[in-house]
Design a protein around this ligand. Structure first.
Ligand code: ANZ
Length: 963
């Protein structure tokens, strides 16, 4: 098969195959010095009787092409494409399974991503805190980068598992941590593992407890009777997530709300600051808005309504309502108190008592969320008692209804059915009068079917007996005047309210931080544990089951519970409630700055240098609780001088969730016939069937059954969940394609912040790209499947074209990193590799810069290539390449070329190119030359930058074979 004409390569990279010299090839000689295997542009080639053999896969799968330069080029591209698409070759497009573990070991042994304890603080810093890969190497050269990882390890699932299996939560948790850690390491994230922390370690929770003591000292931690989810059958308090539709998730037993002593944190004292400081943060607007709504500041008034006795006379009893619309007060035709309103039992009439109590009982089983649902039909009972509207002087009934919450405002409202939708619905149902007191500004359309809840001009609102007339005023002016009147007459005052509630901080659980408080046995008074006694460690327990009395499981650790008050020497009991899981995660970002400090939560100088976190990457599900709780604690720590910034996280980025693979669903009627998804109105009545992908084809915009295109299907991606069976396990993906492919794919799927749909063929695509990159730089596998050492790069100066391609790619990748659109940056790298395949030579300077660009995305392959390019040190410390604007200017244009007025092709020319140069280029062009060769030219029409039209002499044109 070997061609005798095969010449020896005269220099590296230039190779004669058959009678053609090709560049960018390489050779391998057998023991007799005969050239056996040659590579051309990463493809294995051979020659035979004036033909070139291009191997798709050596030795059996090949293509023979005549040895003409142009044919070889196009055939090489074709074979490479086929090679990329061939199943079987797809997997392991390059030896990732050797490269990845090698570099993971190297990073670990050399602590490549470690942030030294004593950094040079004259340099700028960048603190990246995340739960997700973030290419922190990019654009950060010259910075000290802190990129840590730790574990929020207390919590309910481990405890539930302990109750079911008897396995100690610590064991379960440590097992999970180990698994997580090795998973993260196998993905090659650049975490500084020297700073790993875990919230369950006493060295860590010592400081969680210390913060609690500071809160206690400042009156920000207090005890209160608060309703909890109590399940009498299980004898335990349940977390909200353990209660489903009013019954326990386990066992389905009824759950009631029962008041119990709890620790509360006074986050409401920080409500205004939590709200105001949001403005300065570089966070997604949607999260800021959710926090604003959660804090729910509203401005209004508290107004007193006197309760009337059965003869209609005013009593001393008052009901204070909270309203945001004092302008509507003349329209208040009834009052509503929440079922748990404390004064209720003293106002309810004898006749109504029984039905009110029954109503209270039912309401006690509903959560606030259920009660506040707008769509729910309103329920309520009459209290049998009346109050006086202080403005109109009219008696109005007092009702009890669960749409008013005991925990908001004063737990009582003045109901204005004309102007509030809930009140309107309620009044219509119970035949309570509706009085219209606001008209829209144009004065039209009142007394409609629905409430008019907008602002407007006040009507029907004057009573000179009480000295109040607001008719004709705007809502704003009227509200102001009513508040002024109420303050003057002592009937009310201006009031700001927050939806934000104090934070219920106690859990009746074992697996949490013990609350460092003791109670004197005789007086029940609470005394903080001394700071010097911290950490107060969690005692070992073998039995985690609930006590049955509502007492937390820790009460079973009798010898731990019994203690002595060190100051009085009196016997005391330890608090047996523990902290919620939120506690440990409230301040962990501070500990990462100084994880081993045993004297302070964080060293002042280190905190000052590293604070605040520059980018915090996490899921949008943490929009309120975690992000609000940590902001609260941070502000308290700021007030007591522990931290130097008002806010913990300068910038927050939410990564989008990744949905499972698209599933196709067909509808079937009861006889088992398919029904097209577009033809039936009430598809809800049909059965659904999941259709495997092989049976689906795309028809226009829609998906249909392959064997019956009339049946349209529903295509939908769902959140990954065990129950749906659409979970993609990263371990499997890593073993099949490698961590670099997984990382790259996750970023390639779409903009970082958007939700995306997993697609297994998509990962094959990026894997092929890495394979192509590998072959471009290292070459194709040798005949025994292994790869050559080193690379194919050459030492030549790069050409302008190559520099342009590179710098365009650098500019795009850099810009897209800044906008967290990694996907389009990756596309730019793909384009670069495609362009580079067309080059004869691959200068080292160009390839090195490209490998640097790739390194944050696919760090393993990048390290390997970097080391093959002759660098002894890790690529992690290299500067990210910078785009040189000189190469970004588009200096060439594509010029259409016409022959006799017909466009026959295009040429690429310099912008200011002359007519002569354009014509020379056109006549050399492969496609155009056949129209021009041997013809005489009659005329040339050249519009610079627009067109070149060549008019041929008729005679010779006719004589030619083309036209
Ligand atoms: C009279 C009125 C007239 C109201 C009107 C609204 C419109 P925000 O903005 O959320 O603070 N409210 C007060 N306390 C309540 C409670 N515990 N449970 C349920 N609703 C309560 O809303 C304040 C308004 O919600 C208050 O203003 C009150 O109804 C109601 F045309 O008073 B309003």
């Amino acid at each position: 098969m070997h061609n005798k004409k095969l010449k020896e390569a005269s220099c590296f990279g230039k190779l004669a195959v058959g009678n053609v010299w090709v560049y960018g090839g390489e050779e391998a000689k057998n023991s007799k010095g005969v050239v056996k295997i040659c590579h051309f542009l990463g493809l294995q080639v051979d020659s035979h009787e004036g033909h070139i053999i291009l191997y798709k896969s050596w030795p059996l799968d090949y293509k023979i092409v005549p040895s003409q330069k142009s044919r070889i080029r196009s055939s090489v591209s074709e074979v490479q494409e086929e090679q990329n698409q061939k199943p079987g070759v797809v997997k392991r497009a390059y030896p990732f399974d050797e490269i990845e573990p090698k570099w993971q070991r190297y990073w670990e042994e050399n602590r490549i991503f470690r942030t030294p304890d004593d950094v040079d603080t004259s340099k700028p810093k960048y603190y990246v805190l995340d739960m997700f890969p973030y290419p922190s190497g990019a654009g950060l050269h010259g910075y000290n980068v802190l990129h840590p990882m730790g574990w929020d390890a207390f919590g309910l699932p481990a405890e539930q598992y302990a109750i079911e299996t008897g396995t100690h939560p610590k064991l379960t948790t440590l097992r999970n941590i180990n698994r997580f850690r090795s998973q993260l390491k196998s993905l090659g994230f650049s975490y500084d593992w020297d700073r790993e922390i875990s919230t369950i370690e006493p060295d860590y929770y010592k400081w969680t407890q210390w913060i609690f003591l500071q809160l206690l000292k400042r009156g920000l931690a207090y005890q209160a009777e608060v309703p909890v989810n109590w399940c009498p059958a299980l004898g335990t308090v349940l977390a909200n997530e353990e209660v489903v539709d009013g019954v326990s998730e386990r066992g389905g037993h009824p759950v009631i709300r029962k008041p119990m002593r709890q620790w509360m944190l006074k986050i409401t004292a920080y409500a205004d600051r939590l709200l105001e400081d949001l403005d300065e943060l570089d966070w997604p607007e949607s999260i800021k808005e959710m926090q604003r709504n959660w804090i729910g500041r509203s401005e209004g008034a508290e107004v007193e309504f006197s309760v009337l006795d059965s003869d209609g006379r005013e009593t001393n009893m008052k009901i204070t309502v909270y309203t945001t619309r004092p302008d509507t007060i003349f329209g208040a035709t009834y009052l509503v108190v929440a079922p748990e309103y404390t004064l209720l039992s003293s106002i309810v009439s004898a006749e109504q008592r029984e039905c009110v109590e029954e109503y209270q009982d039912i309401a006690s089983r509903k959560s606030d969320l259920e009660r506040a649902e707008l769509q729910k039909e309103k329920t309520g009972v009459f209290s049998g008692c009346y109050a006086k509207n202080p403005t109109s002087g009219e008696p109005i009934p007092i009702w009890v209804a669960d749409y008013v919450l005991g925990s908001y405002g004063t737990g009582a409202i003045m109901a204005v059915p004309a102007h509030d939708a809930r009140d309107h619905e309620f009044a219509s149902k119970f035949n309570i009068p509706i009085k219209w007191v606001v008209t829209p500004n144009n004065g039209s359309c009142i007394e409609s079917e629905n409430a008019y809840s907008g602002e407007g001009i006040i009507i029907n609102s004057s009573n000179m007996e009480v000295g109040l007339d607001i008719n004709g005023l705007s809502s704003k002016e009227a509200a102001y005047k009513v508040i002024e009147w109420a303050e003057k007459t002592g009937k009310g005052k201006k009031k700001v309210n927050y939806k934000l509630r104090d934070w219920l901080f106690a859990r009746q659980r074992y697996w949490g931080e013990p609350i460092p408080v003791i109670f004197l046995e005789d007086r029940g008074e609470s005394i903080p544990v001394l700071e010097t006694e911290l950490p107060l460690t969690l005692p070992e327990l073998d039995d985690f089951t609930p006590s049955g009395t509502g007492e937390p499981p820790l009460s079973k650790a009798v010898s731990w519970v019994k203690t002595i008050d060190p100051s009085s020497g009196k016997p005391a009991m330890r608090e047996t409630n523990t902290m919620p899981q939120w506690a440990g995660s409230c301040w962990y970002y501070l500990r990462f700055m100084d994880p081993k400090n045993s004297n302070a939560l964080v060293d002042k100088a280190k905190e000052k240098y590293w604070s605040p976190v520059d980018v915090y990457v996490g899921g949008a599900e943490h929009a309120v609780l975690h992000l609000l709780y940590s902001r609260f604690w941070h502000k308290v720590l700021y007030d007591i001088g522990v931290v130097s910034t008002k806010e913990p996280f300068k910038c927050v980025i939410n990564q989008g969730i990744i949905l499972g693979e698209v599933q196709f669903m067909a509808y079937k009627d009861t006889d088992g016939n398919y029904v097209s998804a577009d033809s039936a109105d009430e598809l809800g009545e049909y059965l659904q069937e999941i259709i495997p992908e092989e049976r689906v084809v795309k028809s226009g915009e829609f998906y249909v059954l392959k064997d019956n295109p009339n049946i349209r299907l529903i295509a939908r991606a769902h959140k990954m969940s065990k129950s749906r069976g659409n979970v993609v396990n990263p371990d499997d993906v890593v073993s099949e394609y490698g961590a670099d492919s997984l990382r790259l794919y996750e970023m390639f799927m779409g903009p970082f912040r958007d939700s995306k749909t997993w697609n297994t063929s998509g990962i094959e695509g990026v894997h092929r790209f890495l394979g192509r990159t590998w072959r471009l730089i290292v070459g194709s596998p040798l005949h025994h499947g292994a790869f050559r050492d080193g690379t194919l790069v050459t030492d030549e100066e790069p050409t302008t074209e190559q520099l342009r391609a590179l710098h365009k790619c650098i500019a795009k990748v850099t810009e897209e990193i800044e906008g967290t659109r990694f996907n389009t940056g990756i596309s730019a790298m793909m384009e670069f590799v495609n362009a580079a395949y067309k080059w004869d030579k691959h200068p080292k300077a160009i390839i090195e810069a490209f490998v640097l660009l790739l390194s944050p995305y696919a760090p393993h392959i990048a390290e390997e290539l970097w080391s093959r390019l002759g660098h002894p040190d890790s690529i992690a410390y290299e500067a990210f390449p910078k785009a040189d604007p000189m190469y970004l200017k588009e200096s060439t244009i594509v010029l259409p070329v016409q022959i006799n007025g017909k466009t026959r092709g295009t040429i690429e020319v310099e912008k200011g190119c002359s007519e002569e140069d354009a014509f020379t280029l056109a006549s050399k062009d492969e496609k155009l030359s056949k129209y021009l060769d041997g013809k005489s030219i009659k005329k040339r029409i050249f519009v610079p930058g627009k067109i070149l039209n060549v008019i041929l002499d008729r005679q010779t044109a006719k004589a030619g074979s083309v036209q």
